[in-house]
Design a protein around this ligand. Structure first.
Ligand code: 6PG
Length: 249
């Protein structure tokens, strides 16, 4: 696990955009495919907008890039709450990626059916991988952090936290809204897992996740522990404000 602290949210987005392009090139060269799971919420919007800029877009092998999502709100793609809709408007519709390379969660469908369909989609990805794998191995999984310690749509004390036999499930957010989420086995099978977190509002939870008592059922982000891959926290100064010097060292 490593931690990178950038001075502000703009520097944070620029740094992650740079490394995103490098990761895409590495995966494309080494394995002929860059499989990435995108995060939702507000924080990644700045990053996604940068990916549409020529200086980054021209470095990304879009023909070999396969876009997936770590979670989705159960709303149609044109709903302002849609994670797919946000990414589509921020970069997908501005870059030369084929529609068949964009694997969105169908938030407009019945949650159970959409989760089942996406589970099948992830199993198809696993089947395409060589050597064969049981669990799809993403080259990169992007994650955010909620104020309650949730990540993707893995909420505190939710059943989804302990699912081992499905790669995508439907769940419910604390506000009662239905969600779709990848499960821990998929997230933890990835080659790279990046938390991208900004703002003073997250500082307390960042410190709790990284340095607090291990309680992954109460603090789901603590359950993110790649089995073979690397875990990196990309933070701005405000989000890193409550970390001890040791943790930042
Ligand atoms: C979602 C996300 C969720 C998000 C956190 C942080 O669909 O909401 O995937 O896990 O990353 O809630 O959200 P913000 O970036 O908006 O603070």
């Amino acid at each position: 696990m490593s931690i990178e602290v950038l001075k502000d949210d703009e520097a944070l987005a620029l740094r992650v955009a740079d490394l995103f392009a490098l990761a895409a090139q590495e995966a494309s060269t080494a394995r002929g495919r860059f499989a990435v799971a995108l995060s939702g919420g507000e924080t990644p919007r700045a990053l996604y907008k940068l990916l549409a800029r020529q200086q980054f877009s021209q470095k990304i092998p879009w023909r070999r890039t396969q876009l997936y999502w770590g979670d989705e709100r159960c709303v149609p793609p044109d709903d302002p709450r849609s994670n797919y809709g946000m990414a589509r408007d921020a970069f997908i519709k501005h870059v030369p990626i084929a529609a068949e390379n964009v694997h969105r969660m169908r938030g407009e469908d019945l949650p159970e059916e959409a989760a089942h369909e996406y589970d099948a989609e992830l199993r198809r990805l696993a089947d395409q991988m060589r050597p064969r794998v049981e669990v799809p191995v993403f080259d990169l999984v992007l994650l955010g952090l909620g104020g309650d310690g949730h990540t993707a749509s893995l909420f505190p004390h939710s059943e989804a936290l302990t699912v081992e036999d499905a790669f995508c499930v439907s769940t419910t957010a604390p506000d009662g809204s239905p969600r779709l989420t990848m499960t821990a086995p998929v997230i933890n099978a990835a080659r790279r897992v990046w938390f991208v977190v900004s703002g003073a509002g997250k500082a307390g939870m960042v410190a709790e996740v990284i340095e607090g008592l291990r309680m992954p059922n109460a603090v789901p982000a603590q359950g993110v522990a790649p089995v073979h891959g690397s875990l990196t926290w990309f933070l701005d100064e405000a989000a890193a404000a409550e970390l001890s010097p040791d943790a930042r060292a």
